[in-house]
Design a protein around this ligand. Structure first.
Ligand code: ATP
Ligand code: TYD
Length: 243
């Protein structure tokens, strides 16, 4: 038992950072944010105390913020500090990335220096398939592979850009630059919902003044204590937060 939810012995799905369980309600899933941290498609893997709670708290905070802006998300409630009850979605196998500043894979693939402010927010989409190395995909492929219709793709991109507007404005007020982030979407009852997580694992966050990273890059590139970095984000976004 965790909070008010009975967690079955075996997860429906065990991902690299979260475990997903069925619940008594067939329309809901139980998502446990684990302390596992992975990078480079699972090649680097470690466990960090409190990591699951920190990311779950951030994700809850942002999902609620986006709901308040009229964006449909899978968030229902928390049943424990690291456990979120969500609407069960049929996940769309796409990683929708919004970039405001060049960093990460963009600077490896294209001739642009890390830190370059992009002329406008750029949406790039990867096909979510670990075995294929999550290749980048384009609008035509998404439609001819019947992943989404043209209208659905337009809707997904529109939501992703709206999320960017809301989060960029909020982080700016907290002294943080939202460099880029990844979203996942799913369908339920004919509607598209924002699923998965919005956390320090799925965003690049830089201090506006110093450029210091507060995200998973601290772990990817051994830049310091990743839990301290994640805590610093929570302290800035939720001043009353303590852990
Ligand atoms: P990656 O780390 O590349 O995102 P993963 O599958 O290892 O992949 P986890 O976050 O560990 O990622 O696992 C969570 C899984 O749950 C993901 O496959 C995600 O697509 C899925 N998921 C998230 N939200 C929902 C939802 N509301 N309904 C159904 N599945 C969901
Ligand atoms: P990206 O620069 O494409 O990849 P990488 O982090 O491997 O250099 O990542 C852009 C943003 O999306 C970054 O904030 C991390 C996030 N992201 C994920 O959360 N999961 C993923 O599988 C990918 C590819 C990116």
């Amino acid at each position: 038992m965790r909070g008010s939810s009975v967690i079955p012995a075996k997860p429906l799905y065990e991902g690299k950072a979260k475990s997903v369980y069925t619940s008594e309600n067939p329309d809901e899933l139980i998502v446990v944010f684990r302390n596992d941290m992975t990078a480079f498609n699972g090649v680097k893997h470690d466990l960090f105390t409190d990591k699951g709670r920190l990311n779950a708290t951030a994700s809850e905070f942002f999902m609620k913020m986006l709901e308040a802006e009229g964006i449909k998300t899978h968030y229902i409630r928390m049943s424990a500090p690291d456990t979120m009850i969500v609407r069960r979605l049929e996940m769309i196998p796409l990683e929708v990335i919004v970039r405001n500043v060049a960093a990460g894979s963009m600077t490896k693939k294209y001739p642009v220096a890390e830190g370059t402010v992009l002329d406008w927010p750029v949406v790039t989409i990867d096909y979510k398939d670990d075995e294929r190395g999550d290749p980048m995909i384009n609008d035509d492929l998404i439609q001819v592979l019947h992943i989404l219709t043209g209208d659905e793709l337009t809707q997904v991109k529109k939501i992703a850009l709206l999320v960017n507007t809301v989060l960029t404005r909020f982080f700016d007020e907290c002294g943080i630059r939202l460099v880029d982030f990844k979203l996942e979407f799913g369908k339920a009852g004919g509607n598209i919902f924002l699923g998965d997580e919005i956390s320090m694992d799925s965003m690049r966050l830089w201090d506006k003044e110093t450029g210091e990273s507060f995200d998973k890059d601290v772990y990817r590139f051994n830049k310091g204590d990743v839990i301290t970095a994640y805590r610093n984000v929570l302290k800035r976004i939720i001043p009353e937060f303590s852990l």
